[in-house]
Design a protein around this ligand. Structure first.
Ligand code: NDP
Length: 298
């Protein structure tokens, strides 16, 4: 059989994108499975996105990831958008079907897969509080709603943004999604199964920051999860664990969205533990700091 030296290509487009660790994770997975695939992390300024996609089409890319500031703009350059990516209003992953580029959003799917695989939780029927109303929160709330979560409470600092997201997704998914504003310390209700921090509070380098929450009355079974992937052990998760609550880190969501993308592109099962180790190695060694201080609510 003649040898084939051509590589398959996946690209991550963003600006800034230098510190995005996804390539390290995907390249480790390609190597572990002996695939002749490459994952290139490429800085593409916003005005160049259209040209970049024309170039990627010409190169016959197998797929791509999009990050800031392209997740919304890219919608208009794709041939198809999946139902949940359209609900979320953003695409973080592109896969190819023949010559067609299909826009997906794997952030919320990665979160749900992490819930099932790493915490053994089926989202159907869970009562959830989601902190935040940005891109990550929107993806998580959408997928929880589509997966049959019983009741979702969105708590956000900016009232208009949070209320608008809750009302829109409630209408479009037919799941009960309520909104409460977050000023000062927010008292977490007692009857919840799941709390998700989908804000950027605690993200490296602000690792001492912690969401201003009163956790005094929560159920001892409530799972506390953080979307913040770096550091994996955030100040919030340390506090929750100290209270005896079960916790799940943001590395889980990041690894599982990568696992889903890997399967979409290569058609193969991803080596999850290899990907997780590659990410941990890529994160800054000084990311962990023991002191925790409440984040200002404004
Ligand atoms: P956005 O900028 O879109 O949203 C940020 C959210 O955080 C907003 O709701 C904002 O509130 C809130 N927020 C920020 N600072 C504060 C504060 N001091 N007090 C109260 N609320 C605050 O960011 P993303 O949604 O894209 O990302 C959020 C987090 O999710 C990041 O840490 C990111 O790293 C993580 N993430 C993790 C992924 C993973 O795979 N693990 C994937 C994607 C994101 P307001 O509306 O009032 O400004």
């Amino acid at each position: 059989m003649p040898k084939d030296f051509t590589a398959s290509l996946v690209a991550c487009l963003g600006d800034p994108v230098r510190e995005n660790p996804t390539g390290v994770m995907q390249e480790a997975a390609f190597r572990a499975l002996g695939l002749n695939w490459r994952y290139l992390t490429i800085e593409v300024p916003a005005p160049k996105l259209r040209d970049a996609l024309i170039g990627l089409r010409a190169l016959g890319i197998a797929g791509a990831n999009l990050t800031i500031p392209h997740k919304v703009t890219v919608l208009k350059y794709l041939d198809e958008i999946t139902h949940d990516a359209a609900l979320i209003g953003a695409v973080n992953t592109i896969r190819r079907e023949g010559d067609r580029l299909i826009g997906e959003n794997t952030d919320g799917k990665g979160f749900l897969r992490g819930l099932k695989v790493d915490a053994g939780i089926d989202p159907h029927g869970v009562r959830t509080l989601v902190l935040g109303a940005g891109g990550a929160a929107r993806a998580i709330v959408t997928e929880l709603a589509l997966a049959g979560a019983a009741d979702i409470l969105v708590v956000n600092r900016s009232i208009d943004r949070g209320r608008h997201m809750a009302e829109e997704l409630s209408r479009k998914t037919k799941t009960r999604i309520r909104f409460e504003s977050w000023q000062g310390i927010y008292k977490v209700p007692a009857d919840l199964d799941l709390l998700v921090n989908a804000t950027s509070i605690g993200l490296y380098p602000d690792v001492g920051n912690i969401p201003a929450l009163d956790l005094d009355d929560v159920s001892p079974k409530m799972l506390v999860t953080d979307a913040v992937p770096n550091p994996p052990e955030t100040a919030l998760l340390r506090r929750a664990a100290a209270l005896g609550l079960p916790v799940l880190d943001g590395l889980s969501m990041l690894v599982h969205q990568g696992v889903i993308g890997f399967r979409m592109w290569t058609g193969q099962d991803a080596p999850e533990s290899v990907m997780k180790k590659a990410l941990l190695d890529a994160f800054m060694p000084d990311a962990f700091m023991p002191e925790a201080a409440p984040a200002s609510s404004r």
